[in-house]
Design a protein around this ligand. Structure first.
Ligand SMILES: [Zn+2]
Length: 274
């Protein structure tokens, strides 16, 4: 936060989280990998900015409702994602595509905000729109990912939040500076690859205090129990059939791909409970 109380800045480098999530989901095109990465970073930034203690899920739905990307970020910094294609190899960000951020409040209520993804723009533009309209946070934000030769070289983003004390002078300086960083690439090209270096660049010449740091990593939350719960939507007769067949059901987690063997006794236990 700047010492004059004008700006709060959150900077995130998400390279390893993004690499691991891409490894798990294998989006088929570079464009999809890039937007998936940016969605993961976006959900992390929304969580860190608005609700560090809550789980935040980000969804990008393709135009015509075809295709879905999910980012799922938890207070411990563990984040995972999902890419669901519905035919074809792409999820279109043509008009009609939307970005949605969702979190469950401690009282169980769901806070959900949805914005259209601006045409020709990617997650970055939608994210700024989201902060403005769904969170009423006046801010400037960008997320970006540099992919070269199929490899994520670096991924990250920032948000500069304008606080109520901000005065015209510092605001003009900041607005001018951020024109250079509407995209993350200029920053990456300058070799700025750590959150501290991003803070220094964004707040150059403004006295500021560095408040907190938190770790980020790719982390799935799956277990035998979560997989069993997902089976609960099957008709009981199907479960009975599996049990009577005596076979071990092999099922993979959609998020991380880990395989689970669910034997008849586990399935029987599930039926007993329901
Ligand atoms: Zn998993």
């Amino acid at each position: 936060m700047t010492d004059d109380g004008a700006f709060r800045v959150i900077a995130a480098i998400t390279t390893q989280t993004v690499r691991d999530a891409i490894d798990a989901q294998k989006p088929p095109t570079a464009s999809l990998r890039e937007r998936f990465a940016d969605l993961l970073t976006g959900a992390i930034l929304v969580r860190e900015t608005m609700a560090p203690g809550l789980r935040v899920q980000g969804f990008a739905r393709g135009a015509d409702g075809r295709g879905l990307m999910v980012a799922d970020s938890y207070p411990d910094g563990g984040t995972r994602g999902l890419v669901q294609l519905q035919g074809g190899t792409d999820i279109s960000f043509a008009p009609g595509a939307v970005l949605q951020m969702m979190r469950t409040l401690p009282n169980g209520a769901i806070h959900r905000g949805t914005v259209e993804i601006p045409d020709g723009n990617s997650i970055s533009g939608a994210l700024m729109q989201y902060f403005q309209t769904s969170e009423q946070v006046v801010s400037m934000a960008a997320v970006g990912t540099w992919i070269e030769n199929e490899e994520v070289k670096i991924s990250g983003g920032y948000i500069v939040q304008l606080l109520p004390e901000v005065e015209d002078g510092p605001l003009a300086v900041m607005a001018e500076r951020l024109k250079d960083f509407e995209s993350m690439m200029p920053m990456f090209n300058q070799g700025i690859t750590t959150p501290d270096a991003m803070l220094f660049e964004l707040l150059y010449g403004m006295p500021y205090t560095r408040l907190e740091e938190s770790n980020l990593e790719f982390k799935c939350r799956c277990s035998e129990l979560t997989l069993l719960t997902s089976l609960a939507t099957l008709p009981p007769s199907d479960i009975h059939e599996l049990i009577e067949g005596g076979e071990v059901l092999q099922i993979a987690c959609d998020f991380c791909g880990k395989n689970y063997d669910l034997g008849p006794e586990l399935l029987r236990g599930m039926l007993d409970k329901s």
